[in-house]
Design a protein around this ligand. Structure first.
Ligand SMILES: [Zn+2]
Length: 375
């Protein structure tokens, strides 16, 4: 089935597999919806199904020459176009190249499939150039525009495409995918799904060992502050700050490598761009840390309410949560949740992170810390 191997999006998969089964595949699709949902994955899956040499039940075999070439990005008739260059745009020259390839006879595929990733990064002149092809697509050509910002596309482009909207997944859909496809134990899948915010890409990131390791570090930091004194508090803040500084440098280096692969040589002129991208990556990670703490306090509140049988996310933390919830009242835990929410707002407003952490941890100690720490 088309939907096998795909997390959620059942209705969207049915629309596409019906079109394939009836031989009524549209010449142009617009896959619209937030980032991280698997839209490009589904576009590539459609390309595989259309060209697979032994496709059964609307699913690609993943073994034939065509499937293997698409998986390795080497199929001459299946193109995935990414925005390029310092401004990350799909410029008119790039569109020209792609259209030239489309106009040639198909090499080996039955269908030519062109997937534009982040299609909203097409400029007006590029859009107009593509429009001509969308108006009269060569037979056997399927253009798929993938975007999180359909509002930024020219209306004339949108009107030439069959739009398929994608929505954030439910926790249950992510959980089922992790258990079914990734063979993750149910409890762990449930915890990961609750952190993923409806995005399959997030859940895959959380699956990686590195992310699990960071989650443990973040929770350890929080517990040390609650158990410790002011000296511990300032020590933890300085550890967290230096970790994030390291992360900032690492992501800047990674982004530079990506740009290098895009053909960039003069990094002086795009320094600001690299810094901005690295900064937003680190901001995201800071919010993630606060989210992990927030869920931990929420679990504590649940335990306070429902006792040890509560259905909590952090199962492995149960003993610690029971201990902490024993020592403080319902209102104090609620205050801690409010403190995390406040800290997340401050991070979003770019308030100095040292100040955010100091204020947050002092709030936590006031509500949960050992008696006498602040007096
Ligand atoms: Zn195949």
């Amino acid at each position: 089935m088309f939907a096998d191997a795909v997390a959620g999006h059942k209705r969207q998969c049915v629309i596409l597999s019906d079109a394939v089964a009836r031989g009524r595949v549209a010449g142009a699709y617009l896959f619209a919806g937030p980032d991280g949902l698997g839209k490009k994955f589904i576009a590539i899956r459609l390309a595989k199904i259309l060209n697979c040499l032994s496709c059964r039940d609307s699913a690609p075999c993943e073994k034939c020459e065509s499937c293997r070439k698409i998986n390795s990005g080497n199929h001459p008739d299946v193109l995935v176009v990414h925005p390029k260059g310092k401004e990350r745009i799909i410029n008119v020259a790039l569109i020209g190249d792609v259209l030239k390839k489309v106009s040639r006879k198909s090499y080996e595929g039955r269908y030519k499939v062109i997937i534009f990733d982040d299609a909203h990064r097409m400029r007006k002149d590029s859009s107009n150039k593509l429009l001509k092809t969308l108006e009269e697509p060569p037979p056997g050509t399927v253009v798929i525009l993938v975007t999180s910002r359909p509002d930024r596309l020219l209306p004339t482009i949108v009107s030439r495409c069959q739009t398929i909207n994608f929505y954030l997944l439910s926790d249950k859909e992510i959980e089922n995918f992790l258990v079914g496809m990734k063979k993750i134990p149910f409890e762990e899948a449930k915890a990961i799904a609750s952190f993923a915010g409806g995005r399959i890409s997030e859940s895959l990131k959380l699956l990686s060992g590195d992310s699990a390791r960071r989650r443990n570090i973040y929770l350890n930091n929080l517990r040390s502050v609650i158990n410790g004194n002011l000296a511990v508090l300032f020590n933890v803040i300085s550890v967290i700050n230096s970790e994030f500084q390291k992360l900032l440098e690492e992501s800047a280096a990674d982004i530079k490598k990506e740009k290098q692969a895009d053909g960039y040589e003069d990094f002086k002129e795009i320094r600001e761009l690299i810094d901005a991208e690295a900064f937003s990556h680190v901001q995201y990670e800071k919010e993630e840390m606060l989210l992990i703490w927030q869920i931990w306090f929420r679990d504590m509140l649940l335990i306070k309410e429902c006792g040890s049988g509560a259905d909590i996310v952090n199962k492995s933390e149960k003993d610690a949560l029971l201990r902490f919830s024993d020592g403080c009242g319902f209102d104090e835990i609620l205050n801690c949740i409010k403190a995390v929410e406040h800290a997340r707002d401050m991070v979003r407003f770019n308030v100095n992170f040292q100040i955010v952490l100091e204020e947050f941890f002092l709030d936590i100690i006031r509500n949960m810390g050992r008696k006498g720490v602040l007096t």
